[in-house]
Design a protein around this ligand. Structure first.
Ligand code: UT7
Length: 329
């Protein structure tokens, strides 16, 4: 058996922050942000949490798939900005949706997280363990952003996207997934104030460092260079593994980090920019939510038809990367 996408859904919080509004917090301009990132505005949470957005996106995907929550056997939530650690966000979604028969766990692979969760779900279905899985990417990045750091706060936004996967007969498709931990310092977020009463001065220093860095810190240029070099390579590798030509792919759905990254990848891949849909201008960089939000927009806009082949690709903190071929049914 293989996994096919039966339905998609997304949820975007209603509060919009235009580039102009960021001038209240940092020295910047709408022109700089548009020219360097393509971003015009982003949406941010006011009342929502990672779990509430995930549940709303998940419910929309279930409705789109025509599948009852009770028939789900697994829920995976990818997030890098969890509002809470325990219960995991997938358990909170299970409760909200009444998906009483589903196992649950969260997964964190930063901006590669949704595609990694998708690959994990496919492996479960291919192994025969599960038939129906809900995979969600949900992020409240505005809550882990340092609003006085103009190198990061202009980039991020909040939202959630989801897909329902179901088992069907078909030919298995290969994926690509990897990491380079040696470059991890380029994008960090310390989650903890973790210490115990036995700590050494070294540990205390690390804790103090952790407090100071309880926001996303990023070497933007290093990540940019990594993405522009790595993503065309993994697309090449993915297509080779699946015996596919670039022309056979209808859309390349990349993590929405920055329009300049997407444009550079399109150029290096030698495919027309029209095959690389973008919505970063509206939502900013929503980390692991960006791929499923874009997928949902394409699906609901009638842009994908049965038989279409898509590439989905994530890249980012870790450093990590993941790419898969999706054949639309
Ligand atoms: O989601 C996965 C992880 N993240 C990414 O994929 C992000 C990848 N990186 C990027 O998108 C870009 O590196 C950024 C958008 C974050 C930054 O753009 P950049 O073109 O790399 O700018 P920079 O950091 O090299 O800064 C260039 C100049 C600097 O001024 P000087 O030193 O040349 O005088 C910065 O101080 O622009 C300045 N600058 C700003 N000016 C106005 C940096 N941020 C801002 C700002 N507004 N918000």
């Amino acid at each position: 058996m293989i996994a096919v996408i039966r339905g998609t859904g997304s949820y975007i919080p209603p509060r919009v922050v235009e580039n102009e509004e960021l001038k209240n917090y940092i020295e910047t301009s709408d022109t700089w942000i548009r020219e360097r990132t393509g971003i015009e505005r982003r949406h941010v949470v006011t009342d929502d949490t990672v779990a509430s957005m995930a549940a709303k996106a998940g419910r929309a995907a279930l409705e789109n798939a025509g599948i009852q929550a009770e028939s789900l056997e697994l829920i995976i939530v990818s997030t890098t900005s969890p509002t809470q650690m325990i219960p995991c966000n997938a358990c909170l979604v299970q409760k909200e949706l009444g998906a009483v028969n589903a196992s649950c766990f969260d997964l964190n692979a930063a901006c590669s997280g949704f595609v990694t969760a998708y690959q994990t779900a496919c492996a479960y279905i291919e192994s025969g363990l599960y038939q129906k899985i809900l995979v969600i990417g949900s992020e409240a990045l505005s809550c882990i952003t340092d609003w006085s750091d103009r190198g990061t706060c202009i980039l991020f936004g909040d939202g959630a996207g989801a897909v329902v996967l179901a088992a069907e007969k078909g030919k298995k498709q290969e994926s690509v997934c990897g990491a380079d931990g040696s470059m991890g310092d380029a994008l960090t977020l310390y989650s903890g104030y973790l210490s115990n009463p036995f700590g050494t001065p070294v540990q205390e220093e690390a804790v103090a460092d952790g407090r100071k860095n309880a926001f996303v810190r990023m070497d933007g240029q290093a990540i940019f260079r990594f993405a522009v070099r790595k993503v065309p390579q993994i697309i090449e590798e993915l297509l080779q593994k699946n015996n596919l030509q670039k022309e056979e792919i209808k859309y390349y759905i990349l993590h929405q980090a920055n329009t300049r990254i997407v444009e550079a990848v399109a150029k290096r891949t030698g495919q027309p920019i029209g095959k690389f849909p973008m919505n970063v201008q509206e939502y900013g960089n929503t980390s692991s939510a960006s791929v499923p939000i874009l997928l949902d927009e394409l699906c609901r806009g009638g842009k994908v038809r049965t038989g279409d082949r898509l590439v989905i690709a994530g890249f980012g903190g870790g450093l990590t990367w993941a790419a898969s071929v999706v054949t639309w049914r």
